[in-house]
Design a protein around this ligand. Structure first.
Ligand code: GUN
Length: 290
């Protein structure tokens, strides 16, 4: 029987634990951790994500600082805001929602964030520290994926993990985390030859492509653990829409040992890990054990 990896429930547990830790800090006279979220423009998906981040930050008792800027804002203005947030001692974490509008250089913005406040783990200092095996702030989505995979198998050592997608947000940091778990790691991408054949080698298959239901029967071997990072909106016949992953869940679920659903799998874990990273940043920067 396939194990459905319930990210919604696991994320709720994590948030409850974070809420308890924050309450303990505040009761001991420490300030509540503060998370600044910056949204530029009006991308509908980004608006939904940022709304959830702001709400859940407040729910665990942290301070949420929200900045919304117009799509045509000057890059200099955004960089100045990041500088102010870096200098603001009440801000422990800074997240600039991606993608940024055309005309703004995301790399420059990410590099402007103080690495100690970089709760996304996207700054080159954190990327380098992660790949060197040093303590780092680690990207939220891959962290959530590893936590979910470990619900299926406590010990991932020796598994062949195939990651489809090589983004800085998911694919590349995912590879680093799975190496730390002692997996054999393959990163496949749009130029890989024989993608189905590569995927069928996977004991642990991570789909982070951004194409609705792209991985199906031909890609998943019997008994694989499948982690689906995709969140794609597909129009339905009645003029509405539904969320689907990068994996054709209905076709492959039965043959898996374990699989994450969409929605309710990886998605909720990302925000829970963001809150956890904020607590880590708070505690390291201020020297307060949390
Ligand atoms: N856009 C999609 N995923 C993410 C994420 O994890 N962090 C940020 N900042 N933007 C995103």
């Amino acid at each position: 029987m396939v194990q459905v990896l319930d990210g919604k429930a696991l994320a709720a547990q994590l948030r409850a634990d974070i809420g308890t830790r924050v309450a303990g800090l505040v009761a001991a006279g420490h300030p509540a951790p503060g998370l600044a979220v910056v949204l530029v423009g009006e991308d509908p998906a980004s608006q939904v994500y940022v709304g959830s981040k702001v709400r859940q930050t407040a729910e665990v008792g942290m301070r949420s600082i929200e900045h919304r800027l117009a799509a045509d804002v000057a890059e200099r203005h955004l960089l100045d805001l990041v500088e102010r947030l870096n200098a603001d001692q009440t801000v422990d974490g800074i997240l600039v929602q991606l993608p940024l509008p055309a005309g703004i250089d995301s790399t420059r913005v990410i590099e402007a964030i103080d690495p100690a406040k970089d709760v996304d783990g996207f700054h080159p200092v954190n990327v380098g520290r992660l790949s060197s095996g040093l303590p780092a702030l680690v990207p939220c989505t891959p962290r959530g994926c590893v936590m979910l995979a470990k619900r299926a198998r406590t010990d991932l050592a020796g598994l062949h993990a195939v990651i489809v997608g090589r983004s800085n947000i998911v694919g590349k940091p995912m590879a680093q985390l799975l190496l730390q778990e002692h997996c054999t790691v393959t990163i496949a991408h749009s130029r890989s030859r024989d993608l189905p054949g590569l995927c069928r080698q996977a004991d642990l298959l991570v789909a982070a492509i951004g194409r609705p239901e792209m991985l199906g029967d031909a890609h998943v071997r019997e008994g694989a653990i499948v982690i689906d990072v995709g969140i794609n909106r597909l129009p339905t016949a009645d003029g509405r829409s539904r969320l689907v992953g990068d994996v054709d869940y209905a076709r492959v679920a039965e043959r898996c040992e374990a699989i994450t659903p969409v929605p309710g799998g990886v998605g909720p874990m990302t925000i829970a890990c963001l809150l956890d990273n904020t607590l880590t940043a708070y505690s390291r920067r201020r020297g307060i054990p949390a």
